[in-house]
Design a protein around this ligand. Sequence first.
Ligand SMILES: [Mg+2]
Length: 96
Amino acid sequence: MTFPSELPRDYLLTVLTEECAEVIQAITKCQRFGFDFYKEDYGLNRDVLAQEVGDALGVIDALLPFLDGRIIEQARSQKIARVLRWKKIKENIDAK
Ligand SMILES: [Mg+2]
């Protein structure tokens, strides 16, 4: 995939910041009102979240040429294992 060269790194970082904020907002709507809650002027929460995740991933795709792909792939492949490890730590803390 090629991206237009008129999108410089710092501009993409700003756009990604905005998109991450929109993902956060969509997540909190799911948490507050439910994954399947629909509001006329907003839409279905799960679909809005999917749209915002897609927006963020699109900007991340455009940022990839500026980032070390080996670090990304290592972090990506290990993330769920880290989440599981911290979930167990949290469960042990809560059990005390
Ligand atoms: Mg967006």
